[in-house]
Every structure is written in C-alpha cells, then in structure tokens.
Design a protein around this ligand. Structure first.
Ligand code: CDP
Ligand code: CDP
Length: 212
C-alpha cells in the first residue's frame, strides 16, 4: 500500500458524498475536508449580518477571516443551503476559498475532500476521483429525513424543488460547474444504503490504487 494519496469526492446535494468521504477518510487514515461547509459558512455570515447574497462584494467580504464551528446546526439549514448555492456562483468568492482547499489537499500524507469541483479544479491531480450521484427524488427524501433528525423543518415538495434548483445552478454556472471529471468513477447511490455505498467506494479506491 502507498502513503499520501488524495481522494476527490464530488456530487450533487444529498448524493451521499459527505458520508462516503468521511468513511473513506476513516478507512484510509486520511484527514477530511467538507468543502461545502466553507460556502455554507460564508452564507451563514451574510445571513447573520442581514446582508444581501445577491451583492457579490458583500459575499466576498464575508470570506475574510472565515472561521466557523463545523458542528453548528444552522450551517445545514435550508435557508443557508440556498444562500450558499447563490454565493458559490461568484468567481471572487470561489477564488477567496481556493487556496485553503488546495493547501488542505496538498498536505503531506494526503487527504479526502468532498464538494462539487474537487476533481476538476481543487485537486485535478487527485489519485482517486469519485463522482457520487442519486436521483433527485431519493436525494430529497434523504434531505428531509436528515432535517427531521435534526429537528429542523423540511417538506418533501419544497426540498425537492430546492434540490432541483441547486442542481441546475451548480451545473450551469460559468465557474467550476458541477461536472464529472473525465477520469472520475461514477457511483450511483440511488438504490444503495449508506453502508453499501461506502463499501463500494472503498472497493473503487482500492482498485484504483492497485492499478496505479
Ligand atoms: O450537502 P450539500 O450537497 O447539500 O451541500 P454542500 O456540499 O454543503 O454545498 C453547499 C453549496 O456550496 C452547494 O449548493 C454548492 O453550490 C456549493 N459548493 C460549491 O460550489 N463547491 C464546492 N466544492 C462545495 C460546495
Ligand atoms: O454530502 P451530501 O450532501 O452529498 O450527502 P450526505 O450528507 O452524505 O448524505 C445525506 C443523507 O443521506 C445522510 O443522512 C446519509 O446517511 C443518507 N444516505 C447516504 O448518504 N447514502 C446512501 N446510500 C443512503 C442514505
């Protein structure tokens, strides 16, 4: 086995990429970064300021001194998801968050990162790239269950609409759109439990490393 490899995990909202990335990090003993949290932290800051996410320079200002508590439940709320999706389309915001992610990916010993543009922009040289998907309906069901578990409101129809709107925005934005890297392995989790998806991801990574 080898040391110091980088695993890039990308995919749309609630595809299961975070669950898979965390499990891979644990299995291979690598540090993990959920890059969506960076965009969510910027969104939460604007929300708390009462700022306007439609104004790019306000979003950029929120990137300064970006500290956040990863366990803050508010980061995962639907209003914050919506604002995060909006502000992640700004080139200036993506630039401001770029180096932090690149540095994490470049650390000695390797890393696992999950997001939308890890395999394409953040770590194009990653040793393993996974593109995780699931149908929009399955992803909406998962997100509703997750919100319920956290005691937050969420109605299936609204969440499905939100997921579709975010998919559309993530896939069509000009900078770093969500797209499967040419050299990424596709993992459709629609019909898989989280445990099955994790087992399949580990198998894909081991296969890639064995053939590298
Ligand atoms: O968990 P979920 O997929 O719903 O969202 P997330 O990964 O936490 O990301 C929140 C928002 O940040 C998404 O709507 C993306 O538009 C954006 N994002 C991005 O543009 N690039 C990344 N590498 C990660 C997230
Ligand atoms: O990070 P992302 O938004 O892509 O999704 P996640 O937070 O990893 O997963 C969303 C929810 O779906 C979590 O509650 C998982 O337990 C659940 N789930 C999954 O991740 N994978 C499956 N194959 C089935 C369910």
């Amino acid at each position: 086995s080898r040391k110091g490899f980088v695993i890039a995990v990308d995919g749309p909202a609630a595809s299961g990429k975070g669950t898979i990335a965390r499990a891979l990090a644990k299995h291979f003993g690598l540090p993990h970064m959920d890059t969506g949290l960076l965009y969510r932290a910027v969104a939460l800051k604007i929300w708390r300021w009462g700022g306007d996410p439609n104004i790019e320079f306000e979003a950029l200002r929120a990137c300064d001194n970006l500290g956040f508590d990863p366990d803050d439940e508010e980061l995962r709320s639907e209003p914050i998801s919506r604002i995060a999706s909006k502000i992640s389309s700004y080139a200036s915001v993506r630039d401001a968050l770029l180096q932090r992610q690149r540095d994490f990916a470049a650390q000695e010993g390797g890393a696992v990162l999950d997001g939308r543009d890890i395999g394409t922009v953040i770590a194009p040289e990653a040793d393993v790239k996974l593109f995780v998907t699931a149908s929009a309906e399955v992803r909406a069901q998962r997100r509703v269950r997750e919100l319920l578990e956290r005691g937050m409101p969420g109605h299936y129809d609204d969440v499905l609409l939100d997921i579709r709107a975010r998919d559309e925005r993530d896939a069509t934005r000009e900078i770093a759109p969500l797209l499967q890297a040419q050299d990424a392995d596709l993992l459709d989790t629609s019909d898989l439990t989280a445990e099955q998806a994790i087992a399949e991801a580990i198998r894909l990574v081991e296969h890639k490393l064995a053939n590298a």
